[in-house]
Design a binder for this molecule. Structure first.
Ligand code: GLY
Length: 371
């Protein structure tokens, strides 16, 4: 039987995070119904369904759940839309769910965010369980209760804080994930080392290649460590009101701007790829503002390059476009761009008082090096 690796505790909830290989077939045993025949809904996507839907369904059935609806949304960011949200809500409501129904979100960040948001509003809130299958979802989006869909005005602008009842992570599911997705997800693992844990950062420098080759023990350690760091932060600042959870947005102000300028087309740039480039920019900004004594951006850049993770976007962009896009970020306060900067590897701070001209000249310099 699989052990519970972590418990995420907040002021109001606590829930288990399981991390193991071949755990997908034991979902119904790990998360049992309160009574035999309790209703379950499974939402997945068109890629993940062909690999894992049957396994999860049969495990839930064996565990005593009664699956009343299974559905695969189209894989990709476009499914985090109002349209998909409406369609799925109506379909789920048609099968007669009740407040005892649990929704299982089987997939990457898109499925997790969409299902989390749906669960938070259907019948004013029903239980949901995250079964993340992408690296990014396993180490970040499935943990901590941020749920969202996208709006024309920007990414993740409509959502809620709504915690799952459990997170069940099967590292084997990464075997069917495209390599590009694995590398993009890695950037967010690196982020944890950079903002909170220099030892973990050093460990990653040594073990990243094995991790990207999906060595199971290395993956389990890195996912566990990432979720533990995130759980510690969420415990203290569940709703991002204390400048603590905001640290998890390191690289994201610049990264979101890159995604925005790419029209949120994840073929052009994946979220993790944008965060990787954003982390180089944020580290460089920390250095030119004299917040840290060494230029950490060089270390990050070299590390990413050694792993074949892009350090520039595949499309053209100007510093001006980036700054404009950065103003459309929900993390901003009082119309000022929020930056997460490094004091050292493993130590980050939130800053909002940075002159746009400094950032503009830094971005202009960085973009020049891309030509
Ligand atoms: N992905 C950042 C957070 O969950 O706060």
């Amino acid at each position: 039987m699989h052990k519970c690796n972590l418990i995420l505790k907040t002021a109001t909830v606590n829930y288990p995070i399981y991390i193991d290989s071949n755990i997908m077939e034991d979902v119904g045993e790990l998360y049992t119904p309160a009574f035999v025949g309790q209703k379950a809904v499974v939402i997945t996507d068109s890629n993940v369904s062909k690999y894992y839907l049957k396994t999860v369904e049969s495990s839930l059935n064996q565990g005593g759940w009664r699956i009343i609806f299974s559905h695969a949304v189209l894989a990709g960011e476009a499914s985090k839309s109002f349209e998909q949200f409406e369609k799925l809500s109506e379909e789920i409501l048609k099968v007669n769910i009740d407040r005892d129904t649990t929704i299982f979100a089987l997939g990457g960040g898109v499925v997790g965010d969409l299902v989390g948001f749906l669960s938070s509003v259907l019948l004013r809130g029903i239980d949901f369980v995250q079964i993340p299958t992408s690296l990014l979802a396993q180490i970040d989006s499935s943990v901590g209760g941020k749920t969202a869909i996208n709006s024309k005005a920007g990414k993740n602008l409509i959502g809620s804080f709504y915690q799952p009842k459990a997170v069940i992570i099967d590292v084997n599911s990464l075997k069917t994930l495209p390599k590009r997705e694995v590398r993009a997800g890695y950037a967010e693992i690196l982020k944890y080392g950079l903002i909170k844990d220099s030892n973990f950062f050093m460990w990653l420098q040594k073990n990243a290649t094995k991790l990207l080759n999906l060595d199971v023990d290395i993956l389990k350690y890195a996912i566990n460590k990432s979720c533990a760091i995130k759980a510690d932060i969420v415990k203290e600042d569940e709703k991002e009101t204390k400048n603590l959870r905001a640290l998890l947005n390191f690289g994201h102000s610049f990264g979101h701007a890159l995604e925005y300028c790419a029209g949120f087309d994840d073929e052009k740039i994946k979220h993790g790829e944008a965060v990787a480039i954003g982390m180089i920019m944020a580290s460089k900004l920390s250095y030119i503002l004299n917040m840290c004594s060494c230029d950490i951006s060089n270390i990050v850049q070299k590390h990413l390059q050694s792993l074949d993770i892009p350090i520039k976007p595949s499309f053209r962009i100007t510093a001006d476009e980036m700054i404009k896009a950065m103003y459309f970020d929900k993390k901003n306060k009082f119309d000022k761009i929020t930056y997460i900067l490094l004091k050292d590897i493993g130590s980050a701070v939130v800053k909002t008082d940075i002159d746009d001209r400094i950032v503009m000249s830094l971005l202009t310099e960085i973009i020049k090096t891309w030509d």
